[in-house]
Design a protein around this ligand. Structure first.
Ligand code: FEO
Ligand code: CA
Ligand code: CA
Ligand code: CA
Length: 691
């Protein structure tokens, strides 16, 4: 296991819907019409009727249709162990937005030995890229489908100390200093980079007013039921309404009103007890102890992996006990307003957020699906109280401030649908929700603010189903069926504690069918009546990962009929649909090159057909990297993906003073260290990528 993989630690009917029908439901419609962009303009934008260009447009279609099986024209790849991006014949790629690249014309030049300081880092592209979204230029104001210029917003999740700093990290991390803390805070969050296509290559527009580093020190508003709550108040912010920074930014989402959602995942790893001896520190009370341990972090048992707590008092929970509660949220960013304060959306719950995938219900309420990535944690959905209306952009901005959060229960009881396996239910996390012993959630939590800060405990109380580390969720653009990657759960069915004092990891059952699950699976569900707000659903295992020739699962292989020696993979993580319903799968397996996983090679990206269940490998990443984050230009001629933590692996330990780089991607063998970066891939014949 990589030491950085903290979340692994125990703790279509395109041809039948007119373009106007779709555009009329999108925000920006009025100005779109007023500016006279009618049918004649569609040709200019490359959009004829029948060419639904974005997930947004596809997702707002009324009615459902049965998708047809897809065809795959590219020659699918086998595994690779090269220190390179490998793509099919007939495709080309380029690297953009490497860690340390300039965000602005005045940004200091990146120093190849990583001796750049914290101030420089705030002016440069951040580290360990993750979720990402391409916003066509002017999308927010006129519904533009510009495929040659836009704002590329990219998450930066965490830092890999032995590559991120100029010298090796000492055992116990004791040589961290104040600038290292600042630099690592400024390297996380999200970057907004104005990009454009020029002479067949993508380039950043460095003098653009939109470029921005949103990082661990950016002021942001807290909105929703937990705003101003006593549990959100600190000495530095007695109002509980202004938080400082975002970090641990894993997967992402975006909204029909063209804002970006960045998801805070392993945030508790940054909190500790400062310079005190953990054995000499006690929790203020039993309740605080239970809360800290339930989130597996910031506890004296789980010492900080970074030393922020020794140099920045807000990360010492003995000094600022509530600061930790201000992280673990989804943050909404308006990329088109560089002066706007990002918003922490407390109505969507506090946990180790992976990503956020939206759907519009038939009544136009907004539904957001989310996973909590830790072993045996849960799957959630948020349903907005109010409805999306393209004519009221200002009100749409408030839709994620108020609504109901639900948690999923997957049951083994047979589904009624012939093509699905089991039933499931959504349980609302409200004060009125009944729990065992004739009580209600309101007997455990004083108000919704407290319940949302302690979302995991509320979900425990209603008996939610512990899952095999929920990573990304994706909504099919036509059927609205929801797919989730359950990356692995080596503790399932074992005696290892789920959290100190808590229940054990449950045994294999239903949607989590393997004990000591090292390879992961993709599960899908269909909401009752195809209504994303429904309280009941039916589910199935779409694929069980792992090579069937090497790893026998007996009867459990039902979902693995589509796995073969060529496409075998483990630990599915990133997941997204393109407009035609291709399911793009990205992997984050810790031991892909290790002997036990022989044949699986480096982490890669595959494309699956939800209808035929065929899976083809499309791309393989460099050594020690994870492939994550995915977004397309509206014309789907370009796909952007991220290479995270190249060179990270078993051969590199945090305790090593000098890194043993197994990768020098993308700068080549003369480089001193690998650099996380974005890769743009296109078809040389200009066709749709992946088709
Ligand atoms: Fe940041 Fe769960 O991956
Ligand atoms: Ca990872
Ligand atoms: Ca992930
Ligand atoms: Ca992962």
């Amino acid at each position: 296991m990589s030491q950085q993989d903290w979340d692994d630690v125990a703790s279509n009917p395109c041809t039948t819907t007119s373009f106007n029908d779709v555009v009329n439901q999108l925000e920006g419609r009025r100005r779109f019409i007023k500016t006279g962009l009618g049918a004649s303009a569609l040709g200019f934008l490359g959009l004829g009727a029948g060419a639904l260009p974005t997930q947004a447009q596809a997702s707002v279609q009324a009615g459902q249709a049965t998708p047809q099986a897809l065809s795959f024209a590219f020659e699918s790849l086998g595994p690779s162990v090269e220190d390179a991006v490998v793509i099919p014949k007939g495709y080309a790629h380029q690297v953009i937005n490497r860690w340390g690249d300039p965000l602005f014309t005045h940004s200091p030049e990146f120093k190849g030995d990583a001796s750049d300081d914290g101030v420089a880092q705030a002016l440069q592209v951040g580290y360990n890229h993750d979720g990402m979204h391409f916003f066509p230029m002017d999308a927010q104001t006129n519904g533009s489908q510009n495929s040659v210029e836009g704002l590329l917003v990219t998450n930066h999740e965490y830092i890999t100390p032995h590559f991120f700093f100029p010298e090796g990290v000492q055992p116990g991390n004791e040589n961290w200093n104040a600038d290292w803390v600042l630099k690592s805070q400024n390297a996380q969050g999200a970057s907004v980079v104005h990009v454009r296509l020029k002479d067949g290559r993508w380039e950043p527009v460095l003098d653009s007013p939109f470029n921005r580093s949103i990082n661990g020190n950016t002021p942001m508003r807290v909105v929703g039921p937990a705003a101003a709550h006593p549990l959100m108040q600190t000495q530095a912010d007695p109002s509980g309404q202004w938080a400082v920074g975002t970090f641990g930014n894993c997967g992402n989402g975006w909204t029909p009103w063209n804002t970006y959602l960045t998801c805070e995942e392993n945030v508790t790893d940054y909190f500790g007890v400062g310079t005190q001896d953990p054995d000499q520190v006690d929790y203020p009370d039993a309740e605080t102890k239970a809360h800290m341990l339930r989130y597996k972090g910031g506890s004296k048992e789980a010492s900080s992996n970074y030393r922020w707590d020794t140099h920045d008092v807000r990360f010492d929970w003995t000094q600022e006990p509530n600061e930790i509660n201000r992280f673990g949220w989804i943050v909404e960013i308006d990329p088109f307003d560089p002066h706007s304060a990002p918003k922490k959306l407390t109505a969507l719950g506090r946990f180790k957020h992976e990503n956020a995938a939206w759907a519009l219900a038939p009544d136009q309420r907004v539904v957001v699906y989310m996973g909590d990535d830790q072993r045996s944690e849960y799957i959630y959905k948020f349903v907005s109280k109010n409805t999306f209306n393209p004519d009221t952009p200002a009100l749409n901005r408030l839709l994620l401030d108020e609504g109901t959060l639900y948690v999923a229960k997957f049951e083994s009881q047979a589904a009624q649908s012939q093509d699905l396996a089991g039933k499931g239910h959504w349980v609302p996390l409200t004060l009125d929700t009944p729990i065992e012993g004739g009580k209600k959630l309101g007997d455990l939590f004083a108000d919704m603010g407290e319940l949302l800060v302690k979302t995991r405990q509320a979900a425990d109380a209603v008996g939610a189903t512990p899952m095999d580390r929920p990573e990304w969720v994706a909504v099919h653009p036509q059927t609205k069926e929801v797919y989730v990657t359950l990356t692995n759960n080596s503790n399932r069915g074992t005696d290892k504690e789920r959290w100190p004092g808590g229940p054990k990891h449950p045994s294999a059952e239903g949607a989590n069918p393997r004990n000591e699950n090292k390879y992961g699976q993709i599960v899908r569900w269909r909401e009752q009546g195809d209504d994303s707000t429904a309280l009941d659903f039916e589910w199935d295992v779409f694929v069980l990962a792992g090579n069937p020739n090497l790893f026998e699962d007996g009867d459990l292989r039902r979902g693995s009929a589509n796995i073969n020696v060529k496409n075998t993979f483990n630990s599915p993580d990133g997941l997204a649909f393109d407009q035609q319903g291709r399911l793009w799968i990205q992997t984050d397996g810790n031991f892909s090159n290790a002997k036990d996983y022989e044949g699986q090679g480096n982490n890669s990206m595959l494309i699956a057909d939800p209808v035929s269940k065929e899976i083809h490998r499309f791309m393989v990443g460099p050594k020690g990297s994870e492939v994550t984050g995915i977004t397309w230009t509206p014309d789907q001629r370009y796909v952007f993906i991220n290479i995270q933590h190249p060179g990270e692996g078993q051969s590199v330990e945090l305790s090593q003073q000098q890194p043993t780089a197994i990768s020098t991607w993308p700068d080549g063998t003369k480089a001193k260290r690998p650099r996380p970066a974005t890769v743009v891939i296109w078809r040389e014949d200009g066709g749709i990528v992946g088709a």
